[in-house]
Design a protein around this ligand. Structure first.
Ligand code: NDP
Length: 240
């Protein structure tokens, strides 16, 4: 049995590609999801990967679920913080719940899950944490003060935890995708999406596998010297 990996939001979109990529590479994978039972059931039937339903924004629920996963599969040595949502709207129209839902689900979740696994990783002297950021956290985006703040916050979170964990064999990195063809992006109106594609030098949306490959690279045992980094995968849309 390979190392145990937990992928949050691991049953759909980018998370599904990461879960499947890890499984194919020999990891024992637990895929988390939030509420879409139908998609999770279909995912498990398709892939054979167990799906665990819990809300990543709920600190206590995460602690309980991580204990359950570790009982079922063994200690979690790889954590991919991928679960995320959008609740778009310009600032002058955004109510507190849209702000708070996105901050809790996209950013506080990284604390909730990392806090649940970090003691074990430190004791065992090995760990790999990858946090999924976004080009919109790097560049900002109209109608996304909540999402951009959360994704930008992930970058600082990554660096600080990388510093704290470096001497313990734990690496912490960030992958910042550009626009990737998933349900999240399919929800963007077609005319807006066509405009966005025109701003991508490579001339297409990314695929979930484009992102999954970088996660596999970062979590590999031999990549112990990459920590605190962000890999931007956006078809050249934003460079800095
Ligand atoms: P999808 O909407 O396709 O899938 C989201 C996944 O996250 C689902 O499995 C969903 O579960 C899960 N999830 C959502 N909220 C919670 C919650 N509270 N608790 C547990 N699980 C939850 O998203 P994408 O694949 O498009 O995005 C994945 C990540 O990549 C996100 O962090 C996103 O912000 C980021 N990203 C995506 C980009 C894109 O273009 N698609 C671009 C840049 C970054 P369920 O099925 O139950 O709803």
């Amino acid at each position: 049995m390979g190392r145990v990996a937990l992928v949050t939001g691991g049953t759909r979109g980018i998370g599904e590609a990461i879960s499947v990529g890890l499984k194919n590479a020999g990891y024992t994978v637990a895929a988390n999801y939030g509420g879409n039972d139908e998609a999770a059931k279909a995912f498990t039937e398709r892939t054979g990967i167990p799906a665990y339903k819990f809300d990543v924004s709920d600190f206590e629920a995460v602690q309980t679920a991580v204990k359950q996963i570790e009982t079922d599969l063994g200690p979690i040595e790889v954590l991919v913080n991928n679960a995320g949502i959008t609740r778009d709207g310009t600032m002058h129209r955004m109510d507190f719940s849209r702000w708070n839902d996105v901050l809790q689900t996209n950013l506080s979740s990284c604390f909730n899950t990392s806090r649940a696994v970090i003691d074990g990783m430190r004791q065992r002297g090995f760990g790999r944490i990858v946090n999924i950021g976004s080009v919109n956290g790097q560049a900002g985006q109209y109608g996304q003060v909540n999402y951009a703040a959360a994704k930008s916050g992930i970058k600082g979170f990554t660096k600080a935890l990388a510093l704290e964990s470096a001497s313990k064999g734990i690496t912490v990195n960030c992958v910042a995708p550009g626009y990737v063809e998933t349900d999240m992006v399919r929800a963007v109106p077609q005319e807006v999406l066509q405009k966005i594609i025109k701003t991508i030098p490579v001339g297409r949306l990314g695929t979930p596998d484009d992102i999954a490959r970088s996660v596999l690279y970062l979590v590999a045992d031999e990549n112990s010297f990459i920590t605190g980094s962000t890999i931007s995968i956006n078809g050249g849309q934003h460079m800095y």
